[in-house]
Design a protein around this ligand. Structure first.
Ligand SMILES: *Cc1c(COP(=O)(O)O)cnc(C)c1O
Length: 351
């Protein structure tokens, strides 16, 4: 499919831009051979270590269109730092933040025409790293491949998103203390699909993960973090589970916390149990719940279900705090509000 046709058709992750950036690492030479070229399949020996032992990490971030020959990437240096945290956890080499950001910017500059111009659409950037050494030795590889590719996100509708139905996983666990929950490594995702299927079979959009030890604390939802809006005598407050080591420290989560404070909502990072969540929705102390993440941005939660129970959050529709935060975030992304936090990295592009 050509670019014009692709950008006009709803979808995500199905078509890719024209180029990719690659870089190699070896124990002897460190990072070398940065290459920018057409997107092509990569040939691999069947004993490539990433295919067997799962040393693979990735990031997901977005570029937005700006009038006047620029594109803007959301917090790329923060994604680079998190990428390096994932690398350290997986015994993989880290990449200088400037090199990571330069690789991403190079791709955005080259494929600038692929950045959709509709508010609500954008270009999703996928930097990733895999163990590229050939061999079946069960140890950290001594060769790695870093690649950046991109795919345009074209939602079917740019209207307010439909509130989600979330499914609480009670039979499966995503991450335990000391495990890899904080890292964006491939294995964290493959292990969740069985629960995702269960959620879909129960008419739910995504899975809520509970803590591994007690199976009672709410951690996150699919590839998104969770927020609760609590009603207090002083007005609405925002609450999100603390970064306990088992959930992914979302860049969007961090942005929501900063944005909320600047809009005058107090924030807290207090653990929340499923029981308290359900009870507080029933007695009106929790008025809204939403998820936050790069892919979805900010999306309301309307219902929560599990094998044992089901309840509605608020009126089951987007609440005012969720909508306000969502719009404020979109305004920053699309340049409709000043970038008071310095989140948008502008990339020059030829029109
Ligand atoms: C990527 C991800 C998030 C959200 O992180 P963002 O930086 O906001 O995109 C949350 N949970 C999981 C499991 C993730 O993989």
């Amino acid at each position: 499919m050509n670019r014009i046709a692709a950008l006009a058709t709803p979808g995500f992750g199905d078509v890719f831009t024209d180029h990719m950036v690659t870089m190699r690492w070896t124990a002897q030479e460190g990072w070398h051979e940065p290459e920018v070229g057409p997107l092509t399949p990569i040939a691999m020996h069947p004993a490539t270590m990433a295919l067997h032992y799962g040393q693979t990490i990735f990031e997901g971030m977005k570029a937005f269109w700006r009038a006047g020959g620029q594109r803007a990437v959301f917090r790329p240096a923060d994604h680079a730092r998190r990428f390096n945290n994932s690398a350290r956890r997986m015994a993989m080499p880290t990449l200088p933040v400037a090199d990571f950001v330069a690789a991403v910017e190079t791709l955005v500059r080259l494929d600038a025409a692929w950045v959709p111009r509709t508010r609500g659409h954008n270009l999703y950037l996928r930097p990733f790293m895999i163990a590229a050494e050939t061999g079946l030795g069960n140890r950290p590889a001594e060769e790695y491949l870093f690649i950046v590719i991109a795919t345009p996100l074209r939602p079917a509708s740019t209207a307010e998103p439909k509130p989600l139905r979330l499914w609480i996983a009670t039979d499966h666990v995503r991450a335990a203390q000391g495990g890899t929950g904080e890292a964006k490594c491939g294995g964290n995702y493959g292990g969740t699909y069985v629960a995702q299927r269960r959620a879909a079979a129960n008419d739910c959009d995504d899975v809520v993960w509970l803590d591994a030890a007690e199976r009672s604390y709410v951690e996150e939802a699919g590839s998104s973090n969770l927020f609760f809006v609590e009603s207090t005598l002083d007005g609405p407050c925002l609450r999100t589970p603390p970064l306990s080591g088992t959930l992914l420290p979302g860049i969007t989560r961090d942005s929501v916390l900063q944005l909320a404070l600047s809009l005058g909502y107090p924030v807290s990072t207090e653990p929340l149990t499923v029981d308290e969540w359900e009870q507080s929705c029933a007695d009106g102390r929790i008025t809204e719940t939403f998820v936050s993440g790069t892919f979805r941005s900010i999306v309301p939660v309307g219902h929560v279900a599990s094998a044992q129970r089901e309840w509605q959050v608020g009126d089951g529709v987007a609440g005012p705090v969720t909508s306000r935060l969502r719009e404020a975030m979109l305004d920053i992304h699309y340049g409709d509000a000043p970038d008071e936090f310095g989140w948008m990295q502008l990339v020059d592009a030829d029109e």
